[in-house]
Design a protein around this ligand. Sequence first.
Ligand code: PMT
Length: 404
Amino acid sequence: MKIALGVGGGIAAYKAAEIARALMERGAAVEVILTAAAEEFVRPLTFAALTSRKVITSLFASSSAEDVLSSSVEHIRVAQENDVLLVAPATADLMAKFAHGLADDFLSTLYLAFTGRVILAPAMNTNMWNHPATQANVATLAARGHVILPPDSGPLACGTVGPGRLPDPVRIAEATIDLANRRRDLEGETILITAGPTQEPIDPVRFISNRSSGKMGYALAAAAAARGARVILISGPVELDPPYGVELVRVVTALEMHEAVMKHLAESTIIVKAAAVADYHIAKPPLQKIKKTMARMSLELDPTPDILAEVGRKKGDRLLIGFAAETSNLVEEGRRKLETKNCDMVVANLINLEGTGFGAEENEVTLVMRTGEVAPLARLSKREVANLIFDHALKLRLALHATQ
Ligand code: PMT
């Protein structure tokens, strides 16, 4: 996959080097274009060393007639050879040029000549971002079908606090790779995904929870959104940024997750329950902090609602995918949950393997399906596991419909 990376002139330009590296680590060939303003912040040599390619800095690279001729069609070559044009940071000036079709340097000329997918990561001062002129240009570019990665909020180099920060380079790289790979085979689906742990209060200070980081559920949400689905992500407390384009519903307890799932069930076509929900809670936690007065103490716990089982009873012809976190008998436990919870697929993972499951970047799962098929998957990144789950889910739905 080939990515043209246009770098605008802003303080965040230095982060474009990390973006280039993250893209290359994910298998992309990267060709970098620096605007004249970007060159004030970063040197072409940095990008040339990272990408092992010449960096483009000017529409007219040389003054000889022959060179001018060849370099003036260079923007056509770059437009034709690359699958995606990523501009990061996209400055207010660059977006204004793109929105109005101005072409007075290499990047703006490339933009007009480029017919592939465009992704823009704006970064600028908060007032500049909020200005009606910038917002109107962003709306114009979004209406053209370009992907706009909204800036993060936080303290900016100019001293203000608010929206304007370039998002994390790895997130930008992943969104760009998604765009380049985009399969739109989940378009028309509304996929409800649960992720992360729940926290069950013991008193106002303490809670019972588990080691789920939310990475598996968030990877599912990102993969589904990249493949065109509307995604409703119901998430317990995690330290992750929500993937672009998903509708995030934050919850804390199992009861809140239950309520949110039931609220959105009717509009969903596929439900994926990756969350690690507490099975027990204190039904009425005390309002005051429990004091350390007893030599021993015990907590009385009541069961939480089994959300998966209830969805299984109410799902109709929706596709229901449950997870099973097990320490042994993976396939047997997967089959048992498939039957007792009326799932169509159970994603069973052994959670006592080093480097997979809770908190890890990778997962090693076995898919147990209603058709009787059992598909053990290799150890893969959670994102790759997520894509394979959806690949199997689409095939499974066809197979289930064929047998009805
Ligand atoms: O979040 P990560 O750090 O990335 O880790 C990923 C993971 C290990 C949490 C994930 O891959 C996983 O296995 N999720 C399910 C964890 C779990 O709670 O498994 P379980 O076997 O206890 O529950 C079985 C299923 O019932 C799950 O789909 C769960 O969401 C659901 N459930 C459980 C209890 C409950 N009260 N309601 C439910 O719906």
